[in-house]
Design a protein around this ligand. Sequence first.
Ligand SMILES: [Zn+2]
Length: 151
Amino acid sequence: MTKPTKAELAKYRSLLSHQLAILRGDVGSMRDEALRASEQDASVDHLADQGTDNYDQGFMLGLIENEEETIQMIEEALVRIDGKGDWEFGQCPLCEEANEALKKPKDGKKAKPGKVEKIDSWIPKARLEYLPWARYCIRHQEDEERNRESA
Ligand SMILES: [Zn+2]
């Protein structure tokens, strides 16, 4: 895998900006709907329906939460495209960390130069086309999700 070219970065930037605009619009209207639903619950006496209403509302708020997380990831990706992020756009920071660790000598022995296989830290283009705000390569993304579930 290779570093994204300037043309590719420009393409990802427009993709991300477009997604951001859509999501920002959606979050607003979804929140309004969820709030309206909760106001109705308070004023209308329909205890029998309340179970399902609360379920729907929770589901909606869950979606909003994910969308806000996605918005944040898109904003971070745009910062990385501008070269002002914590790492380079299109690169997996956890792979880079692993590469740094490889450079350090193990068990007091010096790492033999040229012997150590560097991990390819560039996220595959196919993944970026599908998910331009991806922070990690697929392997590390799965690790992160597993960590999150067990936390
Ligand atoms: Zn990685």
